[in-house]
Design a protein around this ligand. Structure first.
Ligand SMILES: Nc1ncnc2c1ncn2[C@@H]1O[C@H](COP(=O)(O)OP(=O)(O)O)[C@@H](O)[C@H]1O
Ligand SMILES: [Mg+2]
Length: 224
């Protein structure tokens, strides 16, 4: 197993007026390549803050977090942007698809910064939509897709540039429980078939139980 993430005494403190919130508080952990990890915990326990740190969207106030041995806290803003674009895929609770673009166009949009040729983009989009079971829905607008289908398009989009890790914040938060299990099992299949590492934040017990490893947070800390 190779180490993907190493967190060493990581804290993220938000200062609000006179008070401070330790959203992530003294977290040390390692995540290996190819793991399927669920981060669980009650609302306000620091799960989203943790995911933002893993996604190089935010930097720790204290401690170090490395991704493939790169110190994320030491990277410049543009260094973090490049890393996110090349190595990290994001999936959100509200899907965040562009409503005026078809499923295929939404996925293709993620590849625009990579200057891939039109034909190669088309082929890759078809491949990705096939992987999430939506080849037949390529030309539908998001409004013509169910919630589960929209989230699968969002997963295809997140995979477009072959990230090494996929980070998902409450990806099933807007889905019924049957659809939630389908989506989380799709993520599990991607871990197995494509060796992509997946970290999913959830507070749904049946979703978390599908992950190979569960990390529980409470008040910014990893609960025993
Ligand atoms: N940008 C911010 N500014 C101030 N406080 C924040 C900010 N982001 C999160 N917090 C606080 O940090 C704590 C953890 O939040 P969050 O990571 O969103 O938890 P979760 O995702 O588990 O619900 C909460 O008390 C929240 O209010
Ligand atoms: Mg959250």
């Amino acid at each position: 197993m190779t180490t993907l993430y190493e967190l060493d005494h990581v804290a993220r403190v938000f200062r609000m007026g006179g008070s401070q919130v330790r959203a992530v508080d003294d977290v040390s952990l390692r995540i290996d390549t190819g793991e399927f990890v669920a981060i669980e915990g009650p609302s306000g326990s620091g799960k989203s803050t943790m995911l933002q740190l893993l996604g190089a969207l935010d930097r720790p106030s204290d401690g170090t977090i490395t991704f493939e041995s790169n110190d994320l806290g030491a990277l410049s803003e543009s260094g973090r942007t490049t890393l996110r674009r090349n190595a990290i895929g994001f999936v959100f609770q509200h899907f965040n698809l562009i409503p005026t673009l078809t499923a295929a166009e939404n996925v293709a949009a993620a590849m625009a910064p990579t200057k891939t040729s039109k034909q190669a983009t088309h082929d890759r989009v078809q491949e990705l939509l096939g992987q999430v079971g939506l080849a037949e829905r390529a030309h539908h607008l998001p409004s013509r897709l169910s919630g589960g289908e929209q989230q699968r398009v969002a997963i295809a989009r997140a995979l477009a540039n072959a990230p090494r890790v996929l980070l998902a914040d409450e990806p099933t938060g807007n889905l019924d429980s049957t659809t939630s299990i389908e989506v989380v099992d799709l993520l599990g299949r991607l871990v197995d078939e494509q060796q992509v590492t997946v970290v999913i934040v959830t507070h749904a017990e049946d979703v978390a139980s599908r992950a190979a490893r569960r990390i529980r947070m409470r008040d910014g800390r990893i609960a025993a």
